[in-house]
Design a binder for this molecule. Structure first.
Ligand code: ADP
Length: 268
């Protein structure tokens, strides 16, 4: 199959190695080089450029269309004008957020982003996160429930970045399920670890999609995902931040049943 590199990619070349007195080639040296890694890197770069331009183009096209309509129409009522300005503004925000996420990811991957860890109260972080997701949850009439143990171990986290992790997980849990779903956050502390589970009653993730959800730009082709806006960067950013904290994120999901993301952090 074209483009399938699972078997590896080899570059085979033939070089003439000796000529006799008549300038005739007496034989050939064949070289075989494994260039799978190089090809994979090329493919990833192409995919990145494709996804990033797509993600930049959509809001830009919207901004342009609404701004042009505003400029052209003379008899538009003030309410309509306001509505168009709001759309332009929210599309510009979407662009800005996308660029911020992209920059944060690339800084992290380059090892240039350091954590500022302080003793942090997980309960407070959760409250802050829920506040940020409140509008989204209200819009989908999602009920939220937090189950925390009475006493939590001390955690040293980069608060702002950790809020980004939870906003992405809880935001997705509110965004993808149909209206009237339920989002539960369960926190467990044992064996020198803290586990934060974010559980939803939503659309679930298919077996084929599951290994790819942390990939940069990955978005499922499921129409229920496509009808929501998103860049496919949230989970890769979350995974990178958790990794920098010495932890990991795992996911369990069943299509049409629901999804559970778990953040595991060492507490020592
Ligand atoms: P985005 O939400 O911007 O698409 P993410 O990186 O946050 O990007 O998520 C990547 C993909 O993983 C989503 O597009 C969706 O296909 C899937 N996904 C993530 N969270 C959930 C969830 N709670 N339920 C179902 N699918 C999810």
């Amino acid at each position: 199959k074209s483009g399938d590199m699972s078997q590896g990619v080899l570059r085979v070349a033939r070089h003439p190695f000796r000529t006799d007195n008549n300038g005739q080639t007496a034989g050939f040296v064949w070289t075989v080089r494994d260039i799978t890694q190089q090809k994979l890197a090329d493919q990833m770069r192409n995919q990145f450029v494709y996804s990033a331009t797509h993600e930049l183009r959509t809001p830009l096209a919207n901004i342009k269309a609404y701004a042009e309509t505003l400029a052209r129409s003379e008899a538009m009522d003030v309410e309509k004008q306001k509505e168009f300005c709001n759309i332009i503004n929210s599309e510009a925000n979407r662009l800005a957020r996308f660029i911020d996420d992209l920059l944060t990811i690339s800084r992290m991957e380059a090892g240039a982003l350091l954590l500022e860890r302080h003793e942090t109260d997980l309960e407070r972080i959760l409250e802050e996160t829920v506040e940020k997701c409140r509008a989204q949850m209200d819009q989908k009439r999602v009920t939220f429930q937090a189950e925390l143990p009475p006493k939590l171990p001390e955690l040293h986290l980069d608060k702002d970045k950790f809020v980004v992790v939870l906003v992405n997980l809880i935001g997705n849990a509110a965004k993808y399920p149909p209206e009237g779903g339920k989002v539960t956050v369960q926190v467990e502390a044992r064996d020198g670890q803290i586990q934060i589970h974010v559980i939803d009653t939503g659309i679930g993730i298919s077996v084929e999609d599951l290994p790819r959800v942390f990939d940069k730009f990955f978005r499922s082709t499921d129409p229920r995902v496509q009808e929501q806006t998103g860049s496919g960067l949230g989970l890769s950013l979350a995974a990178e931040i958790v990794r920098l904290h010495g932890g990991r994120i795992t996911v369990h999901s069943e299509i049409n049943k629901g999804t559970k993301f778990t953040v595991v952090l060492p507490t020592q």
